[in-house]
Design a protein around this ligand. Structure first.
Ligand SMILES: Cc1ncc(COP(=O)(O)O)c(C=O)c1O
Length: 425
């Protein structure tokens, strides 16, 4: 441990987990440079944020230009960048999402979407889906069920939040159709036995479950939620905090599906590293939310929104490259799954890819040790990768969209070699 790590551990609350001990001094593109000049490839994207790579020049320039002009508004004065980003979001989000508001973190955006749904419907119940991650504030942790440890010590969490199963076909050892059927059946039973739909303000759902294990929703599942929402006057909220801004090689995961949300939460990649999140809905929904029913001091900060404008302007040109990278990554991981018994499943959308490591393909027993072995193998060779899933056994493969084909192959070679050394240990 160098001096910084000791000072860090002395003064920074240990509750905030850091994925590595790397003492970083700068970062550019896919690379983070540490205090000794060693370069590390960040295939975790600062936990699914720097989709354009670190310190993208267009984002840096936009932030600098805004910093020199005005850093803060605090909702006292109006300014260009917040309108500029809303105008752009209007063109890249689904047509029903017409008006926007801004916050600082994903959790805040999610909480705001739920408050909005409650206010518009006049109902107080919320249905969330098991395995979800929506954040760690007291409201959002109530919606989060990717791991029970996030709620340890905080009970009782909020009331009238009902958790339904999210289809996990691989983990349940069944087809996507069967998993959807099982999940919807449980939802129908919930309406019959636990809460009637007329009490429910919103379905809050990740179109691709992220932290919970990189499970893309089978289209039939979202279609059914859309129909149930329409039938019962429930608002359908998509949490696109992790799956948005090019991560799935489209603007949003929503673009892969016919079923569109009424309300949408965004964050993480929106400003490529500056703190910002956003949420949007139709004019009808959002204009009925009275002035002062929600608010923020820092949300929509001028510098963060200026950076976000640069993100949107840059992202469009990168999506075709992201699709090529995605196709190649899936081909290579599928090939690895044929050669390595440790890979039980490869799934995802675009560049939001999960490879699930198991110790036994028959029982699908999660193998977190195998993941730790591969992670260490990669780290020794300058590659940072992270996991997802409640068992810590799923390789969360989320390269920056600016990764070259050669860099992608280098990273995948390291995963391949790591698996070989695990299986021949
Ligand atoms: C889908 C999703 N929603 C919400 C959040 C919470 O975001 P934040 O950590 O910015 O509060 C996350 C963070 O991982 C996420 O993946």
């Amino acid at each position: 441990m160098d001096d910084l790590a000791a000072r860090h551990d002395d003064l920074i609350a240990p509750v905030i987990a850091f994925a590595t001990d790397i003492h970083a001094v700068s970062a550019e593109g896919i690379w983070i440079t540490d205090v000794n000049g060693r370069k590390w490839a960040d295939f975790a994207c600062g936990t699914a944020v720097t989709n354009l790579g670190h310190n993208h020049p267009a984002v840096v320039a936009a932030a600098h230009a805004q910093i020199d002009k005005m850093i803060h508004s605090g909702c006292l004065v109006r300014y260009d960048s917040v309108v500029d980003i809303a105008e752009r979001l209007r063109t890249v989000t689904p047509p029903a999402i017409e008006k926007f508001a801004f916050a600082n973190s994903g959790a805040e955006a999610v909480e705001a979407t739920v408050k909005l749904a409650k206010h518009t419907t006049g109902r107080q119940g919320v249905i969330t889906f098991r395995g979800a991650f929506h954040g760690r504030t007291m409201g959002s942790v109530t919606y989060t069920t990717s791991n029970a440890k996030y709620r340890d010590g905080y009970h009782p969490v909020l009331g009238s939040v009902f958790v339904a199963p999210y289809p996990h076909p691989y983990r349940w050892g069944m087809s996507a159709d069967q998993a959807v059927e099982l999940s919807l059946n449980e939802l129908r039973l919930m309406f019959k036995h636990i809460v009637t739909p007329k009490n429910i303000a919103a379905f809050l759902v990740e179109p691709v479950q992220g932290e919970g294990g990189y499970y893309p929703a089978p289209p039939a599942f979202l279609n059914a939620l859309r129909s149930l929402a329409d039938e019962h006057g429930i608002k359908l909220i998509y949490d696109e905090v992790q799956s948005g801004f090019g991560r799935t090689a489209e603007w949003f995961a929503t673009d892969h599906y016919d079923a569109k949300p009424d309300i949408m939460a965004m964050g993480k990649g929106i400003a490529n590293g500056l703190p910002l999140s956003a949420y949007g809905a139709s004019r009808e929904i959002i204009d009925a939310w009275p002035v002062g029913a929600h608010g923020t001091t820092f949300g929509g900060n001028p510098v963060s929104t200026a950076a976000a404008v640069a993100v949107v302007d840059t992202m469009e040109g990168l999506l075709p490259h992201a699709r090529d990278l995605s196709k190649h990554a899936f081909e290579r991981l599928d090939d690895m799954a044929e050669r390595h018994r440790t890979i039980g499943d490869v799934r995802g959308l675009g560049l939001m890819i999960g490879a699930e490591f198991v110790s036994d393909r028959e029982t699908r027993a999660p193998d977190a040790e195998a993941f730790q072995h591969v992670r260490a193998h990669a780290a020794e060779r300058d590659l940072i990768i992270i996991s997802c899933g409640s068992d810590g056994n799923i390789l969360r493969f989320i390269p920056p969209l600016v990764t070259t084909r050669e860099e992608l192959d280098w990273a995948l070679d390291l995963v391949d070699q790591g698996l070989t050394s695990w299986e021949t240990r």
